[in-house]
Ligand binder design. Structure first.
Ligand SMILES: Cc1ncc(COP(=O)(O)O)c(C=O)c1O
Length: 383
């Protein structure tokens, strides 16, 4: 049972199951001592299960951006060079964070909507062999693209010196396999309000041994985010954490463990296929060159003369459904349907129905029910 008042079809925050909301009521009222420690231990164990790592996972009271900043300041020094795979809004954010700390960013530029080309990352590393890290968005939420982490890892992990591979899995964790240890990733960032289906306010960073060694050398200023401060207080946190949200994340991960990783990932593939089919059936164009990778968020363009933010506003006002307009350089150009976490087929069907009806009401030449038919067709053949 879910408890959202508006139906969320945004790429985060996502719908929160009732059991997850209710868990907050039972959160330990105090962040020191056995009840809190048990909660944190269980949550971090579940995250290790989800990310498939044996390494340390740290809990930060911050949204995902805090985790990205923590990743930068704990492994970089001012004057270091890092390589950023830039194919959307969140690659730009990482660039801004790193530059704010005096880190030199070599951006491997892509058109938004393209998948990161591993060969381009390899070429950047050939040119900057002392780069200390490569940062990539696993799921670039602004365009929907899911980058090929295996291909990127293949060009990074064989190098000597070996740069760290830092992965922003803020919208990817819980939706696609992370396999941190097998892929030899070094820092993986996760947010509470995306694939996990908990409220916003917490993020997590998984840290490899190689990243700990880099931490020892890194001199970026840091205090609140200091990894070692966090590690030495485990299973507590150095500062007062968002205890209620931690209890929610624990409950969300309990659901994920009961569901199983493979079932979670299969559900995302199916929901994405149904969404794509619906969008295409309305005659809309999927955004970018790799829409088939977009198993977390589907981005698409509007018929001429129709503004995505106006569509989103009308869908929300008239149907109680939250879709997301674009971000950054594509803010006026795309509409996005998030289908991650606890978004269910009925949400997708409702979202597509509202989208078709709204476009028709705004004068687009569409058959409003076409998207619903197409999505139901996918759901009925891929149960
Ligand atoms: C890939 C990615 N990185 C970073 C962020 C930033 O996270 P937050 O808004 O929680 O700070 C988001 C949020 O949408 C995201 O999707």
């Amino acid at each position: 049972v879910r408890a959202s008042r508006e139906r969320l079809l945004a790429p985060g925050p996502t719908p929160i199951p009732l059991a997850v909301l209710q868990a907050q009521v039972d959160a330990p009222p105090f962040h020191r001592g056995p009840p809190f420690r048990a909660l944190m231990e269980r949550t971090l164990d579940s995250l290790r299960w989800l990310l498939e790592t044996e390494g340390d996972v740290l809990c930060l009271t911050a949204s995902g951006t805090g985790a990205l900043e923590a990743a930068v300041v704990n492994v970089c020094s001012p004057g270091d060079t890092i390589v950023v795979a830039a194919n959307g809004f969140f690659g730009d954010r990482v660039t801004s964070i790193a530059e704010a700390f005096g880190v030199t960013v070599v951006r491997v530029e892509h058109a938004w909507g393209d998948v990161v080309a591993a060969a381009g990352i390899g070429a950047a590393l050939d040119e900057h062999p002392t780069a200390v890290a490569v940062v990539v968005q696993h799921s670039e939420t602004s365009t929907g693209v899911v980058n090929d982490i295996d291909a990127i890892a293949a060009v990074v992990t064989g190098r000597d010196p070996r740069p760290l591979l830092v992965v922003d899995a803020i919208s990817a964790a819980g939706a696609v396999p992370i396999r941190m240890d097998e892929r030899d990733l070094d820092v993986v960032c996760v947010g509470s309000q995306k694939g996990l289906g908990a409220p916003p306010g917490l993020s997590f960073v998984a840290v490899s041994e190689r990243a700990w060694a880099a931490y020892g050398r890194a001199t970026c200023p840091r205090y609140y985010w200091d990894f070692e401060e966090h590690r030495k207080h485990l299973p507590e946190t150095p500062w007062t954490p968002a205890t209620t949200i931690l209890a929610a994340v624990d409950a969300a991960l309990t659901i994920a463990r009961e569901t199983g990783r493979e079932a979670l990932y299969a559900k995302h593939v199916r929901n994405a296929a149904a969404t794509r089919a619906g969008v295409v059936a309305l005659g809309l164009e999927l955004f970018g060159t790799a829409p088939d990778t977009a198993v977390i968020t589907t981005a698409f363009t509007m018929p001429d003369g129709i503004s995505p933010s106006e569509v989103a506003a009308r869908v929300r006002r008239e149907h109680g459904l939250v879709l997301a307009a674009g971000q950054g350089q594509i803010s006026g150009g795309v509409l996005r349907i998030g289908h991650l976490g606890h978004v269910e087929p009925a949400d997708i069907v409702a979202g597509l129905a509202a989208l078709g009806a709204t476009l028709a009401a705004m004068g687009a030449d569409v058959r409003p029910g076409a998207a619903v038919d197409a999505a139901l067709g996918v759901f009925s053949t891929s149960a």
